[in-house]
Design a protein. Structure first.
Length: 293
């Protein structure tokens, strides 16, 4: 999501951009987000071509691949502009319609914390802000951005919106502490990263997928709660808290990790098929290949 800003080299410039965006009406910010997305779409040829190639492979029935890929980039542009509005989050109350809050409260009643399982779908950053507006404490596991300027901006905006970031590489102990305190721990689990993972089926192909969420759930007995933020045609959002994911737990740990990771992956695939423009098709999702025997 933050690649459009990767060449922004100064903290002052980043802060000015954030302050400028936060003073705009959301309607203007959405238009600017569309423009940013279109600009990046035309300039970032590698990402654009990868998005189109992966759409063709995953969704062969799509007739206008170019248009779908463009809408995907524009969604990220609007995500960015909304994120820069996090200095003040009162707008979230009217911009987000929440469904499934009872599922969350039931999971929290177990007093083992809740693992909020998400994908890079819709405006995923808005999930933390929405939970904060409803009085829930959320901590998001995230990899720090290489640019310290942009990383400081991102972490600062998250804190202003009421939720915290935990360094993916260094904060496992803090993550367990959050669950012990019956807080929410958000983890994104739909991309091909260098973290420990397994191969599961994703759009008919083997995709290397992180096992962190299901491994933590197995160790702590914390419930896994899938959450999706769906952008609507008018740019408001529908945040859906799914029922707790039913996890398999047997004496065969590795098999369980694969099965449970597959269950969430099937769920996110279902959402992507319904709203394909709201996923990050420019991400190299099938980069890691299974080792041939």
């Amino acid at each position: 999501m933050w690649r459009p800003l990767k060449h922004c080299g100064y903290w002052t410039l980043a802060k000015l951009m954030s302050g400028f965006a936060s003073r705009l009406p959301l309607s203007a910010s959405w238009k600017i987000g569309d423009y940013i997305g279109e600009l990046v779409f035309h300039q970032a040829s590698v990402s654009r071509n990868r998005a189109k190639r992966q759409i063709i492979q995953a969704l062969p029935s799509v007739s206008n691949v170019e248009h779908l890929a463009l809408k995907c980039f524009q969604n990220l542009g609007k995500n960015l502009m909304e994120f820069l509005h996090f200095q003040q989050t009162e707008w979230v109350d009217t911009a987000v319609r929440l469904e499934g809050q009872r599922n969350l409260d039931q999971a929290l009643s177990l007093e083992r914390g809740v693992i909020v399982l998400m994908g890079h779908f819709g405006n995923w950053e808005l999930v933390g802000a929405t939970f904060a507006r409803h009085g829930y404490k959320l901590n998001a596991i995230a990899r720090p951005i290489r640019s310290k300027t942009i990383n400081n901006l991102v972490v600062g905006n998250r804190r202003q919106a009421g939720y915290d970031s935990l360094d993916r590489e260094k904060s496992l102990r803090k993550a367990f502490r959050c669950l012990k305190q019956n807080e929410l721990l958000a983890i994104l689990a739909d991309v091909d990263t260098k973290t420990s993972g397994v191969f599961v089926n994703f759009f008919g192909r083997s995709a290397h997928t992180p096992v962190g969420p299901v491994a933590i759930a197995r160790k702590t007995d914390a419930p896994l709660l899938p959450v999706f933020m769906v952008r609507q045609p008018d740019n408001t959002h529908h945040m859906i808290i799914e029922p707790t994911l039913d996890l398999q737990k047997t004496e065969h740990k590795q098999h369980d990790l694969i099965e449970n990771t597959q269950r969430f992956t099937c769920l996110i695939e279902r959402y992507i098929r319904q709203y394909p423009e709201q996923w990050i098709w420019m991400h190299d999702r099938w980069k890691t290949r299974p080792v041939s025997n």
